[in-house]
Design a protein around this ligand. Sequence first.
Ligand code: 5GP
Ligand code: MN
Ligand code: MN
Length: 330
Amino acid sequence: AEWSAAVRMVRELASGGRVLLICHVNPDGDALGSMLGFALGLRSLGVADIQATFPGEFEVPAPFAAMPGLDLLVAAGEAWADPDLLIIFDVAAESRLGALADRLDRARESIVLDHHASNTGFGGVQLVDPHAAATSVVVEQLLDRLDIPLDRGIAECLYIALSTDTGSFRFDMTTPRVHEMAARLIATGLRPAEISRRIFDSRPFGAMKLFADVLARAELEPGAAGGLGLVWTYATLDDLARHEQRPYVLDALIDPVRCVAEADVSVVVKQVAEGEWAVSLRSKGAVDVSAVAVALRGGGHRLAAGFTGYGTPSEVMATVRDQLNHQTAI
Ligand code: 5GP
Ligand code: MN
Ligand code: MN
C-alpha cells in the first residue's frame, strides 16, 4: 500500500508540481547518491520543477564533487518553503533534517525512503526497509515501480550510495541482492575502479597528516565493552585548522580505527563546535552500537551508528562507556 501511494504521488507530479528532495545533515554517499539518483530519475520522467538540498553547511564533500545531478542542488535557504511533494532520503529522525524539518508540515505530501533500524516513523508515506544495505536499494525499487530505466547518471549516483554504505561490499548487509543490484548498475557502463578511487582512495596530503596526529592519540581499552575491547580517538577543530582541512575529511577516520584487532567497538569523537562533538560508533558484531547511540539521542544501524555528544572528549567517552556497560550487561 505504501509503495502504490508513493508511485501515485510521483506520477501526479509528472503533470506539474514542485518536488523538493532532501537528505540528512553532513550528507554521506548514500544520502547524496540516493537523493540525486532519484532526482535524475524524476527528471527523465519529465518532472520539471525539482530541487534537491540538505540542511547545515552547504558544502559537497570533494569525493562527491563529480556526482551526476549536482546541478539540481540548491542551498537550503533557497529551497521551496511549500513544495507539492517532499521526498526524504536516508534520514532516521526529524532531528537529522535541521532547519528543513519545517517542510514536513508545509509540504502537501511527503515520502520517506530510508533503511535505518532506528527510523522513528516520521513523515507521510514511509518506504523504510531496515534490511536494505543502503537507502539506494529502496530508491532502485521505487524507480523500478515507476518504470524509470537506469541510465548511467542514475546508476553512478546509486553505485556511490551502495558502495559507501556497504564499505565497498564488505559489510554485514552485502547480500546476493546487493551484488545483483551492483551488476545492474555496472551494466550501464559506469567504471567501478574510477568511482572507488574518487570516493575512497583520494584525499589531500594534509588530511593524511591530520589522520597521523589523530591516530597517534588513539587509546585502547581492552577491558571495556564487557571485555570485548574499545578503541577510540578524537579530533578537534584545531586539528582541522592546523592541517587546513574541511570537517568532512574526518568521515573516513573511523575506518583505520575500526580495524584495530584488539577491540570490538571503535569510536571517533569529532568536534563540531565548542563543547559539541559528532560521535561515530562501529561494532564488529557482538555489541549493538545503534542501541548505544539511540540511548544518547542519536541513531544508526546495529554495527554503525552515531550521536551528538557534549563536554570534553573524556566526558563524551564516559557516556559511551556507561551505555556500553549497560548494553553488554543485558
Ligand atoms: P557515521 O559514523 O558514518 O557518521 O554514521 C554512522 C551511522 O549512524 C549512519 O547511518 C548515520 O545515519 C547514523 N548517525 C550518525 N550520527 C547520527 C546522529 O547524530 N543521529 C542519528 N539519528 N543518526 C546518526
Ligand atoms: Mn547516511
Ligand atoms: Mn544510508
